[in-house]
Ligand binder design. Structure first.
Ligand code: NAI
Length: 249
C-alpha cells in the first residue's frame, strides 16, 4: 500500500486526551490534534474555562485533577483505550529554595510528577491491553538546565523527572505497542508566564538567553506533539523533543 508521506501525520480515527488543556500550551495541543483528525477530550481541573475551550474546538470536556489517582482511574475506566494521551497539566512555584514551604514544594511534585505518572499508569494500562498508544508529556527545557535566575528548583527537578520517567516507561512498554515521549518547550507566551510569573527583569533575561530572541507562541509547541502522536514517529520512543528557540544549545 503506497501513501503520501503527509498521510503519516494524520490522526483520523484516533482518540486523544489532553490534560491541562483549558488554556495555554495544552489548549493549542488539543486544537492541533483535532485539526489533524483526532477525536479530542480536554481534561482539566478548571471546568469554567475548560468547557468553553472544548466547545470552541469541538472537543469533549472532562473535569479532572491529575493529582487524584482515584479520579484518574475512574476516568480511564470510563473511556475506551485512548490512542493518544498528552500529559500537559503542570504548575510552577517561584520561591527561593531556602524559603519554600513544604506545601509549595509538594504541590509542584504532586501535579508535575505524580500527576503525569498516575495518568501514564491508568491510561497506559488500557493502551497496553489494546497493544497500541502514544503518550506524550509536556516536560520543559527546565528539566535539562537550571533555568537561572528563576528560583524554581522544584519545578526544574520535576521536569527532569518527567524526562527520565518518559525514558523509563518507554523501555518498559516498547515491546507492547505503547510509545512514550516528551516535548520540552522553552519560554512560551501563556497565562503561566505572562500572568503568572513575568517581571520585566525576567522577561529581559528570557529574551536575552533565548537565541531566537523571542518567546514561543503556544501554537509552535503543538506540531511537535502531533508528530509524536502520529505514525510519522512510529520508531521513536523515550525521546524528548526540545522546542526552545535554541535556549539549551
Ligand atoms: P497554564 O498555567 O497556562 O495552563 C495550565 C493548565 O493546566 C490550566 O488550564 C490549569 O487549569 C491546568 N491544571 C493545573 N493543575 C492541574 C491539575 N492538577 N489537574 C488538571 N489540570 C490542571 O500553563 P502553560 O504555560 O500552558 O503550561 C502547560 C505545560 O507546559 C506545563 O506542564 C508547563 O510546565 C509546561 N511548560 C510551560 C512553559 C512556558 O513557558 N509556559 C515552558 C516549558 C514547559
Amino acid at each position: 500500500e503506497s501513501s503520501n508521506i503527509l498521510d503519516l501525520f494524520k490522526l483520523d480515527g484516533k482518540t486523544a486526551l489532553v490534560t491541562g488543556a483549558a488554556q495555554g500550551i495544552g489548549f493549542e495541543i488539543a486544537k492541533a490534534l483535532g485539526e489533524a483528525g483526532a477525536k479530542v477530550t480536554i481534561a482539566d481541573m478548571n471546568p469554567a474555562v475548560g468547557e468553553a475551550a472544548a466547545s470552541s474546538i469541538g472537543a469533549a470536556f472532562e473535569p479532572l485533577n491529575v493529582t487524584d489517582p482515584a479520579a484518574v482511574r475512574t476516568l480511564a475506566q470510563k473511556l475506551d483505550a485512548l490512542d493518544i494521551l498528552v500529559n500537559n497539566a503542570g504548575i510552577v512555584r517561584n520561591v527561593p529554595s531556602e524559603d519554600i514551604s513544604n506545601a509549595d514544594w509538594e504541590v509542584v511534585m504532586s501535579v508535575n510528577v505524580n500527576g503525569v505518572f498516575w495518568c501514564c499508569r491508568e491510561f497506559g494500562k488500557k493502551m497496553l491491553d489494546a497493544r497500541k498508544g502514544s503518550i506524550i508529556s509536556t516536560s520543559s527545557m527546565s528539566g535539562m538546565i537550571s533555568n537561572h535566575p528563576q528560583p524554581q528548583s522544584g519545578y526544574n527537578a520535576s521536569k527532569a523527572a518527567v524526562i527520565h520517567l518518559t525514558r523509563s516507561l518507554a523501555g518498559e512498554w516498547a515491546g507492547r505497542g505503547v510509545r512514550v515521549n516528551s516535548v520540552a518547550p522553552g519560554y512560551t507566551a501563556t497565562p503561566m508566564t505572562i500572568l503568572g510569573l513575568e517581571t520585566p527583569e525576567w522577561r529581559e533575561t528570557w529574551l536575552k538567553e533565548t537565541p531566537m530572541g523571542r518567546l514561543a507562541e503556544p501554537r509552535e509547541i503543538a506540531p511537535a506533539v502531533v508528530y509524536l502522536a502520529s505514525d510519522a514517529s512510529s520508531f521513536v520512543t523515550g525521546h524528548t523533543l526540545v522546542v526552545d528557540g535554541g535556549y539549551t544549545v
